[in-house]
Design a binder for this molecule. Structure first.
Ligand code: C2E
Ligand code: MG
Ligand code: MG
Ligand code: MG
Length: 286
């Protein structure tokens, strides 16, 4: 046995690595089951206009309630889903589900809201990605301007040339495109100008530190300014406090999303929120 052989002698794998590997294999197995057993849910986090205080849309965020593992964070399972390519099927489900939700609000006479969906670069690289998105729109009857695809800044830079044609096509169909976690990657302004984007989502790390670090604060302002100059809608993510609201208002962000307004909500709660027709009192806080 390994024990008798002496310490480390037959240890090809670092036990921590082996453990991590086993965890991944297990997670992948459960993910596969999760997909066929419909263990995934979408939660919806409202986005609010700083100008009007009204909800203008939602970001769809996936949740996984696994009978074996309990609630698993997307921060844990998205990477595994990408490596195993399961994200392609999961992502298709997410897009369809999200479009259904936006259409449901319309059908129930609650209004026209944008629905933002996170897209993995693995999905974007699929040959039929464009078809799948258009199919989700036609299946649900949602008009393209109500769908926004969120793509993280860092992933788009990695395979810029390959991804731009598809994104440009989708943009031309009227779909909105957001750069997510903006400010954490390294887009040059040159790149930014070539991207068919409509929206910048300023990463929450730029909001969190307010007003602790002057550097970050001025950087956040510069980013907003660039976005506005380019005619993009600028969304601040992760807004939690009054202070942060004041900061993003002064920086001239258009839209906020964060716990200050609401956590991501299960579908029925999101519908109830819209029914209550809330107006957030953010105008007076400046
Ligand atoms: P993200 O797209 O940047 O989403 C924002 C994350 O910030 C969400 O975490 C949200 O719950 C959280 N958040 C919102 N407001 C606040 C706030 O005020 N304070 C703090 N501290 N956090 C806030 P979540 O839902 O755990 O998702 C994490 C990441 O997982 C997402 O980051 C996104 O990259 C990925 N993800 C989520 N759903 C999907 C999906 O359907 N498909 C793909 N490919 N990725 C997804
Ligand atoms: Mg996002
Ligand atoms: Mg983000
Ligand atoms: Mg993120």
């Amino acid at each position: 046995a390994a024990k008798e052989a002496g310490k480390g002698k037959y240890m090809i794998f670092d036990p921590a690595f082996l453990q991590a590997f086993n965890d991944r294999v297990l997670l992948e197995k459960h993910l596969r089951q999760g997909l066929s057993n419909e263990e995934f849910l979408l939660y919806y986090q409202p986005q609010v206009s700083l100008k009007t205080g009204k909800v203008i849309g939602f970001e769809a965020l996936i949740r996984w309630n696994s009978p074996e593992l309990g609630f698993v964070s997307p921060l844990t399972f998205i990477k595994v889903a990408e490596d195993s390519r399961l994200i392609v099927s999961i992502g298709e489900w997410v897009i369809l589900q999200a479009c259904r939700f936006a259409k449901r609000l319309q059908n129930e006479g609650l209004g026209h809201y944008k629905i933002a969906v996170n897209i993995s670069v693995v999905q974007l690289q699929q040959e039929d990605f464009v078809d799948k998105v258009m199919e989700a729109l036609s299946t649900t009857g949602l008009a393209p301007q109500y769908l926004e695809l969120e793509i993280t800044e860092s992933t788009i830079i990695e395979s810029f040339d390959r991804l731009i044609p598809n994104l440009t096509y989708l943009r031309a169909q009227g779909i909105q495109i957001a750069l997510d976690d903006f400010g954490t990657g390294y887009s040059s302004l040159g790149y930014l100008k070539q991207m068919p984007i409509t929206t910048l989502k300023i990463d929450k790390t730029f909001i969190e530190q307010v007003p602790a670090e002057d550097d970050k604060r001025s950087l956040a302002r510069a980013i907003v300014l660039i976005g506005r100059k380019m005619g993009l809608q600028v969304i601040a993510e992760g807004v939690e406090t009054d202070r942060q609201i004041r900061h993003v208002k002064r920086s001239k962000c258009d839209v906020i999303q964060g716990y200050y307004i609401s956590k991501p909500l299960p579908e029925e709660e999101a519908v109830a929120l819209i029914r209550s027709d809330p107006a957030y009192d953010i105008g007076d806080s400046v």
